[in-house]
Design a protein around this ligand. Structure first.
Ligand code: SF4
Length: 388
């Protein structure tokens, strides 16, 4: 198998939030913002320690400030971290428009005109705004601390500040949500995109609830408040139908974009390419090893170079990941390219499963590309399971 190239993407984790949403299982902490300056200094130190020991010349194509809520902290701290990152891994030059992506994730109510201006000055060229729902009742059901009015205001501020590439991010399958209320959110989202054409990208993920999530105490897993599995499939179909009829092309199971506006950073993950990552609980894929920093904020700040987990990705695992991630993309797996990258002819090794899934119209093989069909997407996990 070809060795993985040097990463050209970096993920920076900023863990502070105004409020811990009840469903959230990320390394995200509320009420600790007084640690922001110290955390950012430690993170800058981690960047230096990890990158200064690399032998090769580094350069980056995509950077993603994720969280947590990076939009919550002082832009001067983002600027300081950004400068530190570029000191060791400058941005690539000569790229085509849209290839260089520096994205920042934020809640809508953390956006102010002043911050938006400073983010643009730093070089952030894409905002990913977590709206989740355009129903106040649903936002409060999942324990979010923003309202629909704040969501709309956040988008307006970002648009007016001059951001030309905004993603608005949703969730479905929420407690109290119905097919009709989800369709209302989708319709309101489309209205929003008409008002603010800089919304070039929309993502929508089905709610996943971690085992000990506080949401489960209000809405136990078997509660009738959640839409049924069949309704979730219908919600997904409504999502695809509504967005595609408004020129948001689906390019990944949960992601839709105007032409040329796919998330370049997330494509790194789905293409099974390597990436650096820094910050508490951040996961990286570097030199054939997937590893993650400590997830406890206190422990990370004491020991930012210690791994919580680390796994050497052997050829077999890498191939499985290549199939799993490649089939999430609507364009599917280019079998020739796959053979070049992984030295595996999937038609030779998985031919009978592929034939069976094609007969069932769950997979489609055309022009040398293997794709999950529309019909297969809602059960993509089990399809992928059969192939790996
Ligand atoms: S804002 Fe996002 S990261 Fe923060 S607690 Fe809520 S879901 Fe988690």
């Amino acid at each position: 198998m070809k060795p993985k190239p040097c990463p050209q993407s970096a993920y920076i984790h900023i863990p502070f939030c105004t409020h811990k949403c009840e469903f959230c299982d990320f390394a995200a902490f509320a009420g600790l913002i007084e640690l922001e300056d110290e955390y950012c200094q430690i993170l800058a130190g981690e960047i230096e320690s990890r990158l200064s020991q690399r032998q090769e010349a580094l350069s980056l194509k995509t950077i993603f400030y994720g969280g947590g809520t990076p939009g919550l902290i002082k832009p001067s701290n983002i600027a300081m971290i950004h400068k530190q990152l570029l000191k060791f891994a400058p941005l690539q030059t000569g790229l085509k428009p849209g290839e260089l992506e520096i994205a920042l994730e934020t809640t809508p109510h953390a956006i102010t005109a002043q911050k938006a201006q400073e983010w643009l000055e730093i070089g952030i060229n894409r905002l990913s705004i977590g709206i989740e729902s355009l129903s106040d009742a649903e936002l409060s059901a999942i324990g979010r601390d923003h309202s629909v009015a704040e969501a709309v205001a956040g988008v307006a501020i970002a648009h007016q500040a001059g951001f030309e590439s905004i993603s608005i991010d949703f969730m479905y399958g929420l407690p109290t949500q119905t097919l009709a209320s989800w369709q209302a959110t989708l319709d309101a989202a489309i209205e929003l995109t008409e008002r603010y054409p800089s919304i070039q990208h929309i993502s929508a993920y089905g709610l996943e609830i971690a085992k000990n999530s506080p949401l489960l105490s209000r809405f136990p897993r078997d509660s009738a408040s959640y839409p049924s599995e069949d309704h979730c499939v219908e919600m997904y179909e409504a999502l695809v139908r509504t967005l595609e009829s408004h020129n948001y092309q689906q390019y990944e199971v949960s992601n839709f974009a105007k032409p040329g506006q796919q998330s370049q950073h997330n494509l790194t993950y789905w293409r099974n390419a390597p990436y650096f990552a820094f910050g508490v609980g951040a996961h990286r894929y570097v030199d054939g090893v997937r590893s993650a920093n400590l997830r406890s904020l206190k422990k990370y700040m004491r020991s930012p170079l210690t791994d919580e987990v680390s796994e050497i990705i052997d050829a077999k695992t890498c191939i499985k990941e290549g199939i799993m991630l490649g089939l999430r993309l609507v364009q599917g797996i280019d079998l020739k390219q796959f053979e070049q990258d992984y030295e595996v002819d999937l038609l030779a090794t998985q031919g009978s499963e592929i034939d069976y899934l094609c007969e069932q119209k769950l997979l489609e093989l055309s022009d040398g590309k293997l794709k999950i069909t529309r019909q297969g997407i809602p059960i993509s996990n089990s399809i992928i399971g059969r192939l790996i």
